[in-house]
Design a protein around this ligand. Structure first.
Ligand SMILES: *Cc1c(COP(=O)(O)O)cnc(C)c1O
Length: 435
């Protein structure tokens, strides 16, 4: 009873589903080795950043009240600055989520009369209200900050002429989203982000280049701050929190940019000096320590998913073999049943709430019902295995995360089992003879 097929059987994975998975995995081995090498590099990068900041036992204690002299908080910010090779960083539980971190970076560095430019098309949904693309209370637009956008070309390339034309005397800041988010475009590699930043700085060197780094941390060996970004911004309940951070966001970058953000987060004059870390520092440090391996697990899960569903004839983005620059996997099922069945599988594989059945619902801010699957230790954490999909054409799901590869693997097998049980995937599709 200690054989691997026995435990999968106890978890209601049929033998044909399991063997199909094993054969697909064979094909992924080489990719996985490369991912492990990147994870090794990044693990050492994190350790070096911690050693260089002289992290000590006392750094794990935390403070309350005003949080003056919170040495653990200050050292952690130094660790982030070391890691991203930036002058400074702001890493706080008071930054409530990724959107908040991005809003903070934008609002603190822009002034009335300035213009913000996105040279990579429409930003992430929640930023539309921050910028004021969709009118909202307190948006940048309400404060007299204008916005310009240059879409990517049909083939995914930057519209170099369009970007050159869009830069004017008001352009103060550029926002570059690394991950595709819920757009059909490809995720940008750090190298491509570097080319874009050089192009922009050649035209107007004083433009502040900010990168929305969500879902991208530790996927490559370098980060956007290594190729000229003035600020990189992200969420701690995604990659850099390693699954342990229960809340938080970060901004790493030029001293002046980070200082502006700190003055806005707390108060002019107070800046980084206040903001008690309470009890979160052990989770922030240990989560960051684990983050390279956790990100690698999530990446392997995404590659496994792409290979399974491409093999079954579905459109997957990124495809089964192309390079990856974030942890998100899109799979297009073409009908609601596929989306729902996939999400049921993810939920059933969770360590928490595996007994509940996800259902599409009308979420605020969306124009179609959305189904979400997550059984996470941290609510809404998408570095944990999770999936969601709007119930509208083209009926695609976006899956991401997996704190360990065995969980991501089991999750994928469970989606396949769910699709089999629902009659969407036929048993004969699970026979592979050519690998
Ligand atoms: C998740 C995400 C955000 C927003 O983060 P939240 O923590 O959900 O507010 C912004 N941009 C991108 C690309 C993201 O993936």
């Amino acid at each position: 009873m200690t054989e691997i097929n026995e435990i999968y059987r106890m978890l209601d994975i049929d033998e044909d589903v399991r063997i199909f998975g094993e054969k697909i995995l064979e094909k992924c081995k080489e990719r996985f080795e490369q991912i492990d090498e990147t994870a090794e590099y990044n693990q050492l990068k994190v350790i070096k950043a911690m050693q260089d900041a002289r992290v000590s036992e006392a750094c794990l204690l935390g403070t309350n009240g005003y949080g003056y002299n919170d040495i653990g908080r200050d050292a952690l910010e130094e660790v982030y600055a070391n890691l991203f090779h930036t002058e400074d960083a702001l890493v706080r539980p008071q930054i409530t989520c990724g959107t908040h971190a991005l809003a903070l970076a934008l609002m603190s560095n822009l002034r009335p009369g300035d213009e913000l430019l996105s040279p990579v098309g429409k930003p992430y949904d929640t930023l539309e209200e921050v910028i004021g693309i969709r009118p909202s209370k307190g948006s940048l637009r309400e404060y007299g900050v204008t916005y310009a956008q240059v879409d990517l070309l049909e083939d995914g390339e930057f519209d170099w002429d369009g970007i050159r034309n869009a830069i004017n005397e008001k352009t103060k800041m550029v926002t570059i989203q690394r991950s595709k988010g819920y757009e059909p475009r490809k995720t940008l590699s750090v190298e491509r982000i570097g080319q874009l930043i050089s192009f922009i700085k050649d035209i107007k060197p004083e433009i502040i280049c900010m990168v929305d780094n969500c879902y991208g941390e530790f996927v490559q060996r370098i980060e956007p701050s290594d190729v000229g970004a003035d600020m990189v911004v992200g969420s701690l309940i995604k990659n850099p929190g390693g699954g342990l951070a229960p809340i938080g966001g970060y901004i790493a970058g030029k001293k002046e940019c980070v200082e502006n953000a700190a003055y806005r987060l707390t108060s002019p004059g107070l800046g980084k000096e206040v903001g008690a870390s309470l009890g979160v520092l052990p989770a922030f440090y240990q989560g960051l320590f684990l983050a390279p391996i956790v990100t690698a697990s999530a990446l392997k899960g995404a590659i496994f998913a792409a290979n399974i569903y491409e093999r079954l004839g579905y459109k997957v983005v990124p495809d089964a073999s192309e390079p990856r620059f974030d942890i998100i996997q899109a799979i297009t099922f073409g009908n609601p049943e596929g989306v729902i069945s996939f999400c049921k599988g993810i939920q059933a594989a969770a360590p928490v709430d595996s007994h509940v059945t996800p259902e599409p619902w009308d979420m605020p801010g969306y124009d179609a019902p959305v189904i979400m699957a997550a059984g996470a230790f941290v609510s809404g954490s998408s570095i944990e295995l999770s999936a969601d999909g709007p119930i509208k054409p083209p009926y695609a799901v976006y899956m991401q995360g997996g704190l360990t590869f065995p969980h991501a693997k089991y999750g994928m097998l469970k989606t396949l089992q769910s699709m089999k049980n629902d009659g969407i995937v036929k048993p004969q599709q699970l026979t592979i003879t050519d690998i």
